[in-house]
Design a protein around this ligand. Structure first.
Ligand SMILES: CC(C)(COP(=O)(O)OP(=O)(O)OC[C@H]1O[C@@H](n2cnc3c(N)ncnc32)[C@H](O)[C@@H]1OP(=O)(O)O)[C@@H](O)C(=O)NCCC(=O)NCCS
Length: 165
């Protein structure tokens, strides 16, 4: 896996994946705004396959919120999502953040299983959190308490793998 900082030039490729894999995709503006806001925005890219996945983490004080994570359809279920998430958590640890929150749609069993396996646990439900096309859906809130220890090298610290923020 080769994680690097996302740039505005990557948004087309990221959006192409997002529009296929997400039931409620982010818009181009959502990605651009995340970059402009200085969030931790990363892509996984290989020479052969180009951009295969992306993740966006919004730090706030000593905590962060995982806003988005996606893996190209052809690359799913090969460990990439788990590896990207682990690196984002390592990047959060490197920033001395204490915990990472996220919201998940209850139907998204793949994402919820991924988050659980990465150390997230469910702490509540936000009623009517998602409002799409006139309907609303609850969100499951999950949290991962960060320790300063990790089994992986610190993401964002190694040459060529610097991440935003
Ligand atoms: C969620 C997502 C990022 C996972 O990425 P991935 O690279 O396919 O996941 P991994 O191969 O690293 O799998 C890690 C774990 O997640 C869980 N998982 C992944 N895909 C799953 C699926 N289709 N069904 C059930 N569990 C799944 C499993 O626990 C898996 O571990 P295992 O393979 O040892 O059983 C990917 O499915 C995706 O892009 N989904 C669409 C976008 C999305 O829903 N993002 C989250 C909300 S923003």
């Amino acid at each position: 896996m080769k994680l690097r900082a996302m740039t505005q030039d990557d948004v087309d490729a990221v959006l192409a994946i997002e529009q296929v894999v997400q039931r409620f995709p982010w818009t181009r503006g959502n990605f651009s705004d995340a970059l402009d806001s200085g969030y931790l925005c990363c892509v996984d890219e290989t020479e052969k396959e180009g951009i295969r996945g992306y993740a966006i983490l919004m730090p706030a004080a000593d905590e962060a919120e995982l806003l988005n994570i996606g893996v190209a359809a052809a690359q799913q279920r090969k460990g990439l999502g788990r590896a990207m998430l682990a690196k984002m958590l390592d990047a959060a640890r490197a920033k001395q953040l204490r915990r990472v929150f996220l919201e998940a749609r209850p139907f998204n069993v793949a994402a919820i299983a991924l988050y659980r396996s990465a150390g997230f646990s469910e702490i509540g439900v936000r009623r009517g959190y998602y409002r799409d096309a006139g309907s609303s859906e609850d969100a499951i809130t999950m949290v991962c308490e960060l320790t300063q220890h990790s089994s992986l090298p610190q993401a964002g610290e190694r040459s060529g793998e610097r991440v935003n923020g």
